[in-house]
Every structure is written in C-alpha cells, then in structure tokens.
Design a protein around this ligand. Structure first.
Ligand code: NAD
Length: 452
C-alpha cells in the first residue's frame, strides 16, 4: 500500500487548544491562506459568520411540564449561493460549535464546487431522553422559531447527528404550514415519499467510499488485505463500512457511543447493521456469532479503537476525537474523516510528522451535501432521478475534486487538508472578485470601461 502523498508541514492550527472549535476552524483558514488566491478583504469577511440566530424552544412534555431548549442557526457565508447545513441534536451543541460547523460547510460546498454557502443549526438536547411525541414537538417548535431565517432560496437545513429523515419531514411540514404552500426544497434529507432523493441515505458514506477508491487506485491497494476501523457506527459509519465491505475490504472494528468491537478476522457488516437497527449497542455484538462470524472478538473502548493496528481509520462520530494527546498512538496510515472536525490542529501536526495521510472532512464527507444539492435540484424541477444517476453524478464530483485537491497538495507541497481549504478559499475568492474588491473599486476614479 502506497503512503505517498504530500510533504509534511506544520500548520498554525497546531498551536490552538482543542476546546474552541471556532478558533480551530479559523486556524485552518490561516494555514491555507498562503497557498491560495484570495483578496485580504474576502479573507477577513470569512472570519465572521454572516448572521447568527439563537432561540429558545418551549416544549410541552408528556408529563405536562414545560421545558425550554436552546437552539441555534448560523449562516456563515452565502457568496456562492444559498447557505446549506445540517441540524444537530446533541447535549454538547452550543453557539461556538455551530459557528465552526457552519464555516466548515462554506468550505465544503466550495471544495466540491456546488453552488451553496455554509450554515449549520443545532439544539442542545439529548434526544434519547425524549419521547417520540416530544421530539416531534421540539422539531416543529424549532422550525417555528427559525422560519424567517431559512428558506429554499436563502438557507436550507439537512440532517446531522441524531436527526434523521423523519425529523426533516416534520420540519418541512411545519415550514410548509407557516408558508401555506408545499415547500420540499426548504430542507433536504427527507424521506423519499416527501421529496427526498434516491441515494441521499448513504451519500456521505458513499462520497468517502469514492475517495477511498481513488486512493486505492493510486496506491494499488488490495481491498481484501486492507483493514478498516470505523468510529461511530451511525448513518455515515454504517454506509461507508457497508460499501467498503462490498468491495472486499476487511472491517475489523466499529463503535458507537457505548463502545466498540474489534474482530481481527473481519466483521460481518450487514449483520452488524441489522443488529444496530434492532436497537443493539456495538459492545453487545461481541457475543453475536453472526456479526463476528464465530471468530474471536473483543470489546474495545473508543480510545482504543483509534489506536488499533489498521490501514484505514474512519472517524464517523463527533469532533475532537484525534487530539494532541492520542495522535501519536494512531497506527493507521490513512485517516478518512467522515465526521466533521474529528482531528484537532495539534493532532494534524503529529500525524503529518508520522506520515499519516488524512483525507479531510471538508472533502471526505462532502458526499452528503452534494446529494442534498441533487435533492434540492430535483425538488425545484419536480423531476426525480434514479439512484444510478445520483451515484454516477456523485462519483464524478468526488473523483474530480479529490484529484484537484491531491494535485494542489502536490504542487504546493502541503497536506491534503491545507490543499482542500486552499481550493475552497480560491473558489470563494473568485466569486467575490467577480463582484469587485478594493482592487477594482480603488480604481473607480477611472472610467468604468477601463476599470474592468
Ligand atoms: P448518527 O447520529 O447517525 O451516528 C453517529 C454515531 O456516532 C452513532 O452511532 C453514535 O452512537 C456514535 N457516537 C456518538 N458519540 C460517540 C463517541 N464518543 N464515540 C464513538 N461513537 C460515538 O450521525 P451521522 O449522521 O452518521 O453523523 C456522524 C458524523 O458525520 C458527524 O460528525 C456528522 O456531522 C458527520 N456528517 C454526517 C453527514 C450525514 O449526511 N449524515 C454528512 C456530513 C458529515
């Protein structure tokens, strides 16, 4: 397996502590800046979100009491199109996290060259503590609070951690009631029966899978000899594991918030997905002979999973998992980031020094937003595509943009993350330039015709 990619560089992100995600996000822009074409004004603009909304959502609980939930929606930048980004339900959600995730969305959409800016939303809640009816009331209540902030031409939400197609359907329905018109294009990740797109359910995993295929092609990998550990066996994690297993890769470890399972002989991914859909937690699968195919297996915690001797590590849970504290223990030679922000700046520097190739989140997990874009296009045209058309279009975008990032990295002698940010910043910079920066307007004393 080839480890060749790019020169090892330290980034300024290395000096940022793990805690403040937004500072980490900004540090990544700083690291990419010397390697792209962007006007200083544009760069300054991107450091501040365009607008931020903070709401409290009152929910009548099943026992009759009233609870207030804090929610956020941040639109980071809409230079290249309406803003786009998921809604997360998690106890750790706060404004700093949502701001960082929104900035990453701006960069992600630009990396894969789809005509969107970036946004994100979230509610600070543990959805596992709510009944189904409480969850529906919370989701509809949140839309009532943010309805003037979102819209098919302004800001289009989608699912993220602990939100799913049904939550999107409730949200679309609530928004449509407020507007007194059916508005499927206001949100993506909907069920197929409510204007969802074929191929959206596995799009994030599939996008990462297409990146891995490109890497495998370049490196001459043999799938059956290539081991993979997936941290976070949810939507993104289960789909990438399923697709890789289908190509013959050996998925040796998976995990969820309860812990992980390590089976050196290879996990039966379909059996593990089926067990998860029945409500099992990953550590419980150690005794499931279908999942382990009767081979020896053991429970590992999430820290141990990150340090297993595998070829490919796919973090697909939450941010800040590979940090300055544990990066030296990572044995994988390739890290493919399905989660947003799983690797801190401090960890990046350590991984580069050790020759570990990291395919950054803003590229590796961009399949989700790309197929969300396809869904929005289909909603607006009222004409729906076959799954094969979705897969084909997604594959072409991922392969093209992976190659572009790869070649930018080689030319600039930087890592893939810096190259991906540089690609994004160059595209945003180009869009701003087309409307004029001070380079254009300071020449405004001259006649317009000569100032082109
Ligand atoms: P999900 O809720 O379907 O799955 C998340 C999984 O992670 C669950 O199995 C959960 O138990 C597990 N988990 C939570 N905390 C964990 C921990 N500390 N250690 C290990 N596992 C843990 O969410 P998802 O949609 O698959 O999203 C996962 C990541 O992928 C997030 O970072 C999200 O932002 C990112 N992402 C998702 C999409 C998408 O389309 N779903 C798109 C782009 C990025």
């Amino acid at each position: 397996m080839s480890t060749s990619t790019t020169a090892k560089v330290a980034t300024s992100a290395a000096t940022v502590p793990n805690g403040d995600l937004y500072q980490q996000a900004l540090a990544r822009l700083d690291a990419a800046r010397p390697h792209c074409e962007i006007h200083p004004e544009t760069f300054e603009r991107l450091k501040r979100p365009k607008s931020m909304l903070s709401v409290s959502v009152p929910v009548r609980m099943d026992d009759g009491s009233l609870r207030l939930f804090e929610g956020y929606r941040v639109r980071h930048d809409d230079t290249r199109g309406p803003t786009k980004g998921g809604i997360r339900y998690h106890p750790q959600v706060d404004l700093t996290e949502v701001k960082a995730l929104a900035l990453w969305m701006t960069c992600k959409c630009a990396v894969v060259n789809i005509p969107y800016g970036g946004a994100k939303g979230g509610i600070s809640v543990n959805p596992k503590e709510l009944s189904r009816m409480e969850l529906e009331r919370l989701s509809r209540g949140f839309v009532q609070q943010i309805a003037d902030f979102i819209g098919p031409d302004t800001d289009i939400p989608a699912p993220d951690v602990y939100t799913n197609a049904m939550v999107m359907a409730w949200m679309m329905d609530e928004y449509s009631k407020i507007r007194r018109a059916k508005c499927p294009a206001v949100i993506t990740g909907k069920p197929l029966s409510h204007g969802g797109s074929k191929g959206r359910d596995d799009a994030t995993g599939r996008g990462a899978f297409y990146c891995i295929r490109e890497m495998a092609r370049e490196g001459g990998w043999k799938p059956e000899q290539t081991t993979v550990a997936v941290q976070g066996f949810g939507n993104a994690g289960q789909h990438v594991a399923t697709l890789l297993a289908g190509d013959g890769y050996k998925i040796v470890a998976i995990s969820d918030s309860a812990g992980g399972l390590y089976c050196e002989a290879g996990i039966d991914v379909a059996a593990a997905c089926a067990a998860k859909s029945r409500g099992a937690r990953v550590p419980e699968l150690v005794d499931d002979a279908k999942v382990t195919r009767g081979a020896q297996a053991r429970v590992v915690d999430n820290a141990e999973l990150l340090a297993l001797p595998v070829d490919v590590l796919a973090p697909a849970a939450l941010e800040n998992q590979i940090t300055g504290d544990n990066a030296a223990k990572v044995q994988a030679r390739f890290v493919v980031e399905l989660a947003n922000g799983p690797t801190t700046g401090a960890a990046d520097a350590i991984l580069f020094d050790r020759g570990v190739v990291v395919v950054p989140d803003i590229l590796a997990n961009a399949g989700g937003v790309t197929v969300s874009y396809f869904e929005w296009v289909q909603n607006r045209s009222g004409y729906y595509w076959e799954a094969s058309e979705v897969h084909d279009k997604l594959q072409r975008i991922m392969a093209r943009e992976y190659a572009a990032v790869r070649s930018r990295a080689e030319q600039a002698k930087v890592d893939l993350r810096t190259a991906a940010y540089a690609q994004a910043l160059s595209r945003i910079g180009e869009a701003v330039n087309a409307q004029g920066t001070s380079a254009f307007f300071s020449a405004s004393a001259r006649p317009a015709a000569s100032a082109t």
